[in-house]
Design a protein around this ligand. Structure first.
Ligand SMILES: [Zn+2]
Length: 318
């Protein structure tokens, strides 16, 4: 055991995690997963821990409790998974085995195979470009080493997030030419979506599916008149395919800067009952159900670190 994990174990065993969990018992925790690539041993332990120590709730139960004026149950915890990659199908049976409700936030254009998720595009472009440097929109980027490529990619991603939606789409269209890379129509195997058939089957099996827009844009960078085409349209598409109400929404990128009052209004107008952000933290009563905070987790996390993080160690409570 390395010194860091020894320290984590001690922290866990001395009851600190339990104490923090108890201190935040009245707050709603919402976990946020994305991908499930690797071995799932730690993930199984995470699910067992949640089932043992928390009261798993669905986002629909959260909305219902609010409508009825009831508080969150003590130690309530909801689980969400963003984007809708194929590997979600690997873990849904494990969530089920432990009786854990889960909401999968799907990007409908991605599931329709109309687009890649754009960070997967920039990943591929910066990994495969034959160039040693490139100028994009007046900025020079170093591509000489794997490390500078990652740095350059992250800087470009950040600039794309900050642009208007129209400029972002235009820049993404230009990037393959600038970087001398051809983007294939279909994403690589590891970046594929779950299929509609699978999603229909899982949804019949108890999975809650929420909307994560049609194309994963930064909604605050769109004109208000364009918002319905991302928010209401993705809800409609999911309801048409799954034949059940879709009432939970997830803001792409999801920091406070990525959704404006106009965006929140469009989400409410479309008929959603909750919306989650990626702002880190726990939600205490009376939380705003249209900007719920979450705790980011990865399936590879060791149990002690996972238990401490979801208990709310150093978490912001809003
Ligand atoms: Zn996303």
């Amino acid at each position: 055991m390395n010194p860091k994990s020894a320290l984590e174990s001690a922290f866990h065993h001395f009851g600190c995690t339990r104490w923090i969990r108890h201190r935040h018992a009245r707050s709603l925790r919402i976990l946020m997963y994305h991908r499930f690539h690797g071995a799932l041993d730690n993930f199984r332990e995470q699910c067992a821990h949640i089932a043992r120590c928390y009261v798993p709730v669905s986002l629909n139960q959260v909305a219902r409790a609010r409508a009825e004026g009831s508080p969150f149950p003590a130690n309530a915890l909801a689980i969400t998974v963003d984007d809708g990659y194929y590997d979600f199908a690997r873990v849904f049976p494990i969530f089920r085995e432990f009786g854990l409700p889960v909401t999968l936030f799907a990007v409908t254009g991605f599931l329709d195979r109309e687009l890649w998720l754009w960070p997967d595009e920039t990943n591929l472009l910066f990994a495969e470009t034959p160039l040693n440097s490139v100028e994009i929109a007046g900025h020079l980027y170093n591509l000489a080493t794997p490390h500078t490529r990652i740095q350059s990619r992250d800087e470009v991603n950040q600039r794309l997030i900050e642009m208007t939606n129209r400029d972002r789409l235009q820049t993404l269209r230009n990037l393959p030419r600038l970087l001398h890379v051809v983007i294939p129509d279909t994403p690589p195997a590891d970046s594929l979506p779950v299929s509609w058939d699978q999603l229909r089957e899982l949804s019949g099996d108890g999975l809650d599916v929420g909307s994560h827009t049609r194309t994963h844009p930064i909604l605050a960078r769109m004109d208000a008149s364009e918002l319905d085409s991302e928010i209401a349209a993705s809800k409609q598409r999911l309801e048409d395919v799954l034949d059940r109400p879709v009432t939970n929404f997830c803001y792409p990128n999801g920091t406070a800067a990525d959704f404006s009052p106009d965006v929140i209004q469009a989400v409410q107008r479309a008929g959603f009952e909750t919306a989650v952000s990626t702002e880190p933290g726990l939600n205490s009563e009376p939380a705003d159900l249209f900007s719920l905070h979450r705790i980011g987790v990865e399936p590879e996390l060791r149990l002690t670190a996972f238990a401490r993080r979801i208990a709310g160690f150093r978490a912001k409570v809003t």
